[in-house]
Design a protein around this ligand. Structure first.
Ligand code: NAD
Length: 377
C-alpha cells in the first residue's frame, strides 16, 4: 500500500476489505508522505520493517529486487500523486489498485490509461458503489429489459461534511480536496460526482453523448465547487440529471440512483444497500432484498450472509478486492475470470471519470454553458 497512514481515511477501508475473503495480504508499504510517520505506522500494522519504505520510489526498487515481491500495490493517496505512483509501479511490472479519481488531470488520465493498455498490467479503480450486490442486480435487470428502454436517470451524491470551511480548521482530508493542484479542477464533482457518473453508467449501460453543467461554491473562500448540477444526454435519447454536493446538510453519504424506463423503474440508496426497489407499469412496487433466491448470479457471487444479516460498505469494497484478485489470477493462469472478476472498474473507467469532470468544468466556465462531449465516454 502507498498512503493510508495514521489518521488517513480510505487506507483503512482498503486494509479491512482486502482481507475479508483471504485473497490479499498486506506485506509492504510506504504509508505516509512523512517517512518516519509511515514507518511508525507500518509497525502498528505488523509490517516487516524491511518492507516498510520511506517513499514509493524506494518501495518499487526494493520490492523489484525481492523474489517474494508484492503482486500489486493499492494507491490510497491524494489525487495528484496517483499518476506518478501508478506509473512507477506499472513500469516496474506490478499490477495496481488505484483510488478514484484515477488522476488529478485529464492529461495524466490519458497517459495512465495508455500506459495500462500497452503494459498489459491490471489497473483496478475503486469505484466503491459498483461493488454492491444490489447494484449488480439493478444492472442485470436493466440489461435484461425488465424496466424497458431507459428514459431518464437521476443520480445524486450528497454529503454534508464540508458545509463549513473545515479546510481551514485542521481537516487533512478537506485541505487537499479544496486545493486545485492536489484535487484537480473539479471539487465535489471530482471527489464524488465521479462516483455518481460511474454508478449511472454502470447500471444503465448508457453511453454519454453530451452534458451541460452549473457549479457552485457555497462556502466562502473555497477554491473549488462544493455543489454541482449536471444535465446529461445519453446516446439513444435517454436523459440524466446528476447532483453532487459536499454541503447538503442531513446527508451523511446519500448516494442514490433512480432509473426510469418505459415499463418500470429501479431505485437504490446506499444507506439502505440491501434493498432494490422495482416499480412497474401496473402500479405495483416491489422491494427486492439482498440474498433472495430469485436474484441473479452477479448479485449472489457478491453476497456473503443470508437475508436479514445486513451487508454494506465494507463488503462492497471487499467485492471489488475479490474481483481484482480474480482478474489478476485469471490473467496469470491464462483463463477467463469467474463472475466476480468481471465488470470491474478499470483504467478506462478511471479515464472516463476524469474526462467527465473536465467537460463539466469546461461547460460551467463558459458563460453560455454549452453542451460538451467528454474526451472519453
Ligand atoms: P487522506 O488525506 O485521509 O489520506 C492520504 C494519505 O496519503 C495520508 O496518510 C498521507 O500521509 C498519504 N500520502 C500523501 N502523499 C503521499 C505520498 N507521496 N506517498 C505516500 N503516502 C502519501 O485522504 P483520503 O480521504 O483517504 O483519500 C485518499 C484517496 O482516496 C483520494 O484519492 C480520494 O479521492 C480517495 N477516496 C476514495 C473513496 C472511495 O469511496 N473509493 C473514499 C474516500 C477517499
Amino acid at each position: 500500500m502507498v498512503g493510508g497512514g495514521q489518521g488517513a481515511y480510505i487506507g483503512n477501508i482498503h486494509r479491512i476489505s482486502s482481507r475479508l475473503d483471504g485473497a490479499w495480504q498486506l506485506v509492504a508499504g510506504a504509508f505516509d508522505v512523512d517517512a518516519e510517520r509511515g514507518r511508525a505506522f507500518a509497525l502498528t500494522q505488523g509490517i516487516d520493517p524491511d518492507r516498510s519504505y520511506g517513499d514509493y520510489k524506494e518501495m518499487v526498487a526494493a520490492e523489484l529486487a525481492r523474489e517474494d515481491r508484492i503482486d500489486a500495490v493499492a494507491i490510497c493517496t491524494p489525487n495528484f500523486t496517483h499518476y506518478p505512483i501508478a506509473r512507477a509501479f506499472i513500469e516496474a511490472g506490478f499490477d495496481v489498485i488505484c483510488e478514484k479519481p484515477i488522476t488529478a488531470t485529464l492529461e495524466d488520465a490519458v497517459a495512465l490509461e495508455e500506459l495500462t493498455r500497452e503494459s498489459g498490467r491490471f489497473v483496478g479503480v475503486t469505484y466503491t458503489y459498483s461493488g454492491y450486490p444490489m447494484v449488480h442486480e439493478a444492472r442485470k435487470r436493466v440489461a435484461d429489459g425488465e424496466i424497458g428502454r431507459v428514459r431518464t436517470v437521476q443520480v445524486e451524491y450528497p454529503l454534508e461534511w464540508m458545509a463549513t470551511a473545515i479546510e481551514h480548521q485542521g481537516s487533512a482530508q478537506a485541505s487537499w480536496r479544496t486545493d486545485p493542484k492536489k484535487n484537480g479542477r473539479g471539487g465535489s464533482i471530482g471527489d464524488i460526482g465521479t462516483h455518481a457518473y460511474h454508478l449511472a453508467g454502470f447500471v444503465t449501460g448508457l453511453k454519454l453523448k453530451s452534458l451541460t453543467a452549473d457549479l457552485s461554491t457555497f462556502v466562502e473562500g473555497r477554491a473549488l465547487d462544493d455543489n454541482a448540477h449536471v444535465m446529461l444526454r445519453y446516446e439513444g435519447g435517454a436523459r440524466g440529471l446528476l447532483w453532487s454536493s459536499q454541503v447538503a446538510l442531513g446527508n451523511s453519504n446519500g448516494v442514490r440512483l433512480r432509473v426510469f424506463g418505459e415499463k418500470g423503474s429501479l431505485s437504490w440508496f446506499q444507506e439502505q444497500p440491501n434493498e432494490l426497489v422495482l416499480a412497474s407499469l401496473d402500479g405495483r412496487t416491489l422491494i427486492i432484498k439482498r440474498g433472495a433466491e430469485e436474484l441473479s448470479e452477479d448479485a449472489k457471487v457478491r453476497t456473503r450472509t443470508p437475508p436479514g444479516h445486513p451487508e454494506g460498505y465494507l463488503e462492497a469494497f471487499a467485492n471489488l478486492y475479490a474481483g481484482f484478485a480474480e482478474a489478476i489470477l485469471a490473467r496469470q493462469s491464462g483463463r477467463d475470470p469467474g463472475p466476480i472478476g468481471q465488470n470491474l472498474p478499470t483504467a478506462y473507467d478511471g479515464l472516463k471519470g476524469v474526462a467527465f469532470v473536465d467537460a463539466v468544468v469546461d461547460s460551467h466556465e463558459d458563460a453560455n454553458q454549452p453542451w460538451l462531449t467528454p474526451l472519453a465516454v
